[in-house]
Design a protein. Sequence first.
Length: 213
Amino acid sequence: MKRFVVPPSWPSPPRRNWIPPKTWRPDPSWPPAPEDWRFWVDAKGEPVLGPIGRYGAPSRRAAYAAGAAMIVFAGVNLWAVLMIGQFNGPDDSAVVTFVEESPSPAVSSTSPAVPRTTSTPPLVPRTIVVPSKSPTPPPSRRSTKKPTATKTTERTTPTPTPTPTRTTTSTPTARPSRPTSRPSTRDELLRQYCIDRGIDPAWCDPANWEQTP
C-alpha cells in the first residue's frame, strides 16, 4: 500500500495513511522540500511512484506522454520487422528453388524382391455341448386353505317416531274503524248558532236574506 510522507520541516498530516487530494499543493509559507526527497513509499518504506495526478507523483501529462512513446516505439519495431521480412523474401525463394531442382536419388530396380510369407491360422477344435440330463423335480403341492366363516352381528337401532307438532294459526283482530269527521260548512255553523240562541234557523239561512241593492 502506498503512503504519502512529508519532509520533517512540514506539518504532520492528519493521519498516517493520509493521501493528498488531486488539487492539493503545499502552503507557500512552508520551507521547500529537499531535492532528493521521496514523497511516496510502500509498506516496507521503499520509495515508489505515487498515484498519477497526485502531489509528488507523475503528472497526467507525463503519463500520457509515456504511453504515446510506448505506442510509437512498438509501431517502429513492427515496421522494422516487416521491412526486414520483405528484404529477405528473394533469398528464401531461391533456397526453395534450389531444393526443388536438386535431383533426388533414384531407387534401383535391381533390388532383390523380398519373398512374402504366408501364415495359415491354426485349426481351432470344435466343441459340442451336450445338455446334461437332470431329474425333473416333482411338482410342489399347493396348500389349499379353507375360508373361515365369520359371523357378523348387526345391531338395529330403533328409529324414534316423530311427534306431530301443533301449529297454531292466529287470526288477525279487526281494529274498529274510526269515524271520519267531516268539517262543518259555513251554513251548518250558522244554523247551529241560531239553534243555540233560540232563533229560527230559517233566519240564519243566507238564501233567505234580503239582498240589499
